[in-house]
Design a protein around this ligand. Sequence first.
Ligand code: APR
Length: 258
Amino acid sequence: MTTNDNISKAAEIISKAKKIVAFTGAGISAESGIPPFRGENGIWNKYDPDSLDIDYYYRHTKESWKVIKEIFFDFFNNNEIKPNPGHYVLAEWEKEGKLKCVITQNIDDLHRIAGNKVVHEFHGNSSRFVCKQCDAVYPLKEIKITEEPALCPRCGHLLKPDFIFFGEGIPQDAYQNSVEAANDCDVFIIIGTSGQVSPANMIPGIAKRKGAIIIEINRDRSLYTDYITDIFLQGKAGEILPKLKIRNQGSNHTPSNY
Ligand code: APR
């Protein structure tokens, strides 16, 4: 469990920070009810990640779509998924001008729904579909999700959810913006990610090499913890992030509890 003086130390650093960047993974959405991919009750313990390989999607579309529909679309349809206190703290920090951006590996749109405006979606977003043939983009609400993979209303080709499959390139703008943000921040907060997927897992190292203080919040130790993390806060993001909010300067400086 994380010690209180670690929390106070991190809260102090954050209260003085001018340019915070948050780097999030599936763990920040766990308390919104979305299972992470790895570790205890991870999605990849139940499904084969190869179903989300881009070549497999185009060669074995029906089999791939069945898994994608179950993991991402049925799950969201059958559960009321909304941001948790961890998401809302990041949105508040952005409003206060402390947080420059969120770089997220998540495709659940919860940072934007919680109120963050500058969100770099490293792995795209499941609330859109794209046609790789005619480049049309459709919001999820315009696409009927059925057992059959969806076809482009404009050109009839197979549509693809607008999140990044294994073997697919990272969106150029998200990649570029993330590298620039990591190169220009004073505090870099890694939240709820195992650090196992590249090239996303290179971004925190950029911030470290530029001298940013690395704060990590994770239920378990990750590939970052013993390698670049300066302050490791072990526990649930939805519980720890609210404790890192310090009332404005001049208060008694104890982290406020939500
Ligand atoms: N609070 C904080 N951390 C948590 C919580 C929680 N409530 N619950 C789980 N975690 C931690 C886990 O211990 C793990 O270290 O979050 C991390 C989630 O790791 P992964 O499941 O590997 O998710 P992530 O790192 O985001 O995966 C990266 O892999 O499958 C691909 O494209 C997918 O974006 C995803 C990428």
